[in-house]
Design a protein around this ligand. Structure first.
Ligand code: ADP
Length: 441
């Protein structure tokens, strides 16, 4: 039998024994019910005394031993002691775990800041304190935007798109760059991860400078070589056997000039961050110009169409936007046969402004699409060279779009044509007063 059941059985027998004894004693004195009442009152007093001892012990449990009472009371006390031990064990484990967690996050080479749904600082580790100059007592509970006022970070938080980190240059740090990435979790809380990327940024700057300087230095000798090739090509006394090799040399010199021009353009784009503001660009006129340029190519798709569903202006840098759009249109014209068609489209909706170039050309196998905007990446190197491509066009497009807060979407099927779409955010669109009904050229 279980000790608890035994104890309850014993308590019941004791109560019955007390009642019978009281009743018997009362009967001897001629008042059996008076005897029973007196015995039950005594029993109740004993129960109350035990209850008082138990209550006193519960209040002074931290230093007093449990009262030595047997039976059901002893069982209850044993249960309380067991529960208390278990609670203490779990509490100790939790405290240990918390300490370990705190020690490991403190040892992290990256900064970690926990923000609540109101973006107030709840906790941060030592590295975050060092990198962001946070003070343990003063800055807890402060809104992160009030402490990190760099415009790039404020815009990053407002955009709510935390898929990529943002690089900032803290106002306090000399030549210091920090990468900040927000990871949302739980019920609106945010984890802010901070790392020092100054070294990577310095290396990147060295690489950029090297490419820019090398391209710049190569430009002058190449101009001289191209000039001489041009003059030689026009010389009537030139041996006819040399005509073909000279033409090839001129083609290659032109390619090199195009590569150097694009490399210099890329270095310039990489040097500066996002364009804030800019001029309202007349996209409708720009597309008409691009159509004219495409039709002026020696070989071009038979059908070159422009479809404008909005005359809204695009706010940005006109030469850069022109260069990006013309790169996309050039590609579409280059990789589409003469009997194919090409369409440029501009439209505006609640998501912003969109410019798409669709062609019915050769298309791109799906495995190449994610890598198209890498420098010198070509699906078919031989074909790209034959068409005079530098392999840098889409890298330039990507950079220009990044500087305008825009993204590039590529849809293509092998043999079924391609569509390259630039998506601009709504703040880059300036609506005209007169709404335009769809127009096609
Ligand atoms: P390139 O100077 O070689 O055109 P880009 O960076 O502009 O370099 O394009 C990279 C590669 O993407 C091209 O070499 C080509 O293989 C592929 N590509 C780009 N646009 C198209 C298109 N409209 N149709 C098919 N392939 C394309």
């Amino acid at each position: 039998m279980q000790p608890a059941t035994q104890a309850w059985g014993f308590a019941a027998v004791r109560l019955l024994g007390t009642a019978v004894t009281g009743f018997g004693a009362g009967w001897l004195f001629g008042n059996p019910f008076g005897g029973l009442a007196a015995a039950l009152a005594l029993h109740l007093a004993w129960v109350l005394a035990n209850l008082a001892r138990l209550e006193w012990w519960l209040r002074h449990r931290s230093y007093a031993d449990p009262p030595d009472i047997g039976g059901v009371w002893g069982e209850i006390i044993a249960q309380i002691v067991r529960l208390h031990r278990r609670k203490r064990f779990h509490k100790q484990r939790f405290v240990q775990l918390m300490r370990q967690l705190q020690r490991s996050t403190a040892a992290l080479p990256n900064g970690v800041v926990i923000l609540n749904a109101q973006r107030e600082i709840v906790w941060f580790n030592r590295m975050a304190a060092r990198l962001l100059s946070l003070r343990r007592t003063a800055d807890l509970g402060m809104r992160i935007e009030n402490l990190l006022r760099e415009p790039e970070f404020v815009r990053y938080l407002a955009r709510q798109d935390f898929s990529n980190p943002v690089i900032i240059r803290p106002m306090t740090g000399e030549d210091c760059y920090l990468s900040l990435q927000v990871a949302p979790y739980g019920d609106g809380q945010l984890l802010l991860l901070v790392s020092d990327v100054s070294r990577q940024m310095r290396l990147e700057a060295v690489r950029r400078d090297f490419v820019a300087n090398a391209s710049h230095e190569l430009r002058s000798p190449l101009t001289v070589i191209s000039g001489y090739l041009e003059t030689l090509g026009q010389d009537p006394a030139l041996d006819p056997d040399l005509h073909a090799p000279l033409a090839e040399m001129r083609r290659q010199a032109e390619r090199m000039t195009a590569i150097i021009r694009d490399l210099l353009e890329l270095s310039r784009l990489e040097e500066t961050g996002e364009i804030v503001g800019g001029e309202p660009i007349d996209v409708v006129a720009l597309l008409a110009l691009l159509r004219k340029d495409t039709l002026a190519r020696p070989v071009h798709p038979r059908d070159v169409r422009v479809r404008v569903d909005s005359d809204a202006r695009l706010i940005g840098d006109e030469p850069e936007i022109h260069s990006a759009f013309s790169n996309l249109v050039d590609n579409a014209a280059k990789f589409t046969p003469a009997e194919g068609s090409l369409e440029m489209r501009w439209w505006v909706d609640e998501d912003g402004g969109h410019f798409a170039v669709s062609d019915t050309g050769m298309g791109i196998p799906p495995e190449h699409i994610p890598r198209l905007t890498e420098r010198f990446y070509r699906v078919d190197a031989g074909r790209s060279r034959a068409t005079g491509g530098s392999g840098l066009g889409l890298a330039i497009v990507k950079h220009v779009l990044q500087r305008h807060g825009a993204t590039l979407e590529v849809r293509s099927t092998l043999g079924g044509g391609s569509t390259f779409t630039c998506h601009f955010p709504p703040e880059r669109i300036k609506a005209q007063l007169q709404p335009l009904t769809s127009a096609t050229a």
